[in-house]
Design a protein around this ligand. Structure first.
Ligand code: PLP
Length: 357
């Protein structure tokens, strides 16, 4: 009954998330979840928070989580914003900080939620092509005379390429655009990059977003955060408090705090994924795949002689799900999450069979 829809809804093209099939026994390598599972201390904290207190609203400011994150990243709690997944944090950033008279700049190949938020919040944008090798060219993000961005956003490592931009290059972009907010979406940085959170004290225009969904293996809990100058955080708080006062529930706050406090488990589980990734990359290369250098918990790979969509379909027949994007420049690639060693071995065996080698 679309006649009841608002004009805004008629104009929306929603983001399509990776599928979450209801079947067991799938080798699920399509949405970059962490194979190790959350910290046992996080699970214990969630269990402990499950009781009569669920009757009560949670802390609207999630002060315990802000304090834990501030301590972990050596910031003040006023420099931290928390939300219901980093997608929500990003959504608020689009409205609060990225909508200006000049367009928002982001790469042509990047997280496909960005153009969706642009259409939701009516943010004008310009896409900047990645280099031939799918890297971000720093020069393309620097102002040229009066031609400069109203704001900038990109993931680092980029998604879905997995390619990392060195922290010094991130800082060059931030420093060269003092009039514009620069959002660095670090959903995958814990798998091989240096976080730009270390730079937020020096650059009042830098906002860095993180998620608990990937490196902390808590995608089901929906927790994300942003770090930046207190005035950027205040802008996000204003939008949040005009939208939903209690985005993080009691279980999410308890689990997220315990996860942040379990640094050893975090480090060890990320190390495991990195080690598995390196083995997977060399096995894929041995099968003839071109694999982009990855600093993430996924790889982006194409085969010189086999079509990307066809490979994804053949894997699916074998109950292995990877992500394939029907988009210009990347439709020959597969984006494959780094699973357990066993899942990666099953994938490589299936590819051997499909390729006949
Ligand atoms: C997964 C992802 C997010 C969002 O994660 P949430 O689950 O909403 O916290 C944000 N940015 C990129 C680039 C991602 O891949």
């Amino acid at each position: 009954m679309s006649r009841y829809w608002s004009a805004v809804v008629h104009g929306l093209t929603p983001y399509v998330p990776g599928e979450q099939p209801k079947l067991d026994k799938l080798v699920k390598l399509n949405t970059n979840e962490h194979p190790c599972g959350p910290s046992p201390k996080a699970l214990e904290a969630i269990r402990a928070a499950t009781g009569d207190t669920l009757r009560l609203y949670p802390d609207p400011n999630a002060d315990a989580l802000k304090a834990a994150l501030a301590k972990r990243y050596r910031l003040q709690p006023e420099q931290i914003f928390v939300g219901n997944g980093s997608d929500e944090v990003l959504a608020h950033a689009f409205m609060a900080l990225l909508k200006h008279d000049r367009p928002l700049w982001f790469p042509d190949i990047t997280y496909s939620f960005y153009p969706v938020y642009c259409s939701l919040y009516d943010v004008e944008h310009r896409t900047i092509p990645l280099a031939e090798d799918y890297s971000i060219r720093v020069e393309d993000y620097l102002p040229r005379g009066d031609d400069r961005a109203g704001a900038l956003i990109f993931p680092n490592p980029n998604a879905p390429t997995g390619r990392l931009l060195a922290l010094a290059d991130v800082e060059r972009i931030v420093a060269a655009n003092p009039e514009a907010v620069v959002v660095i979406d670090e959903a995958y940085v814990d798998f091989g990059g240096d976080s730009a959170i270390a730079l937020v004290d020096r650059h009042p225009n830098l906002l860095v977003t993180h998620t608990f969904s990937k490196s902390r293996s808590l995608a089901g809990l929906r927790v994300g955060f942003a770090a930046g100058h207190a005035s950027l955080i205040e802008a996000l708080e204003r939008v949040k408090n005009s939208f939903n006062s209690y985005p993080l529930d009691r279980l999410a706050i308890a689990g997220a705090v315990a996860s942040v406090e379990d640094e050893d488990y975090f480090q060890e589980s990320c190390r495991k994924v990195i080690a598995t990734r390196e083995v997977l990359v060399s096995r894929m290369a041995a099968l003839g795949f071109e694999v982009l250098p990855s600093a993430a918990n996924f790889i982006f790979a194409r085969h010189p002689r086999r079509d990307g969509a066809e490979l994804a379909a053949e894997l699916r027949k074998r109950a292995i799900i990877v992500r394939h994007f029907r988009a210009p420049r990347i439709d020959q690639f597969l984006r494959i999450t780094v699973g357990t060693d066993e899942q990666c071995a099953i994938l490589v065996d299936a590819l051997k069979e499909i390729l006949g080698c």
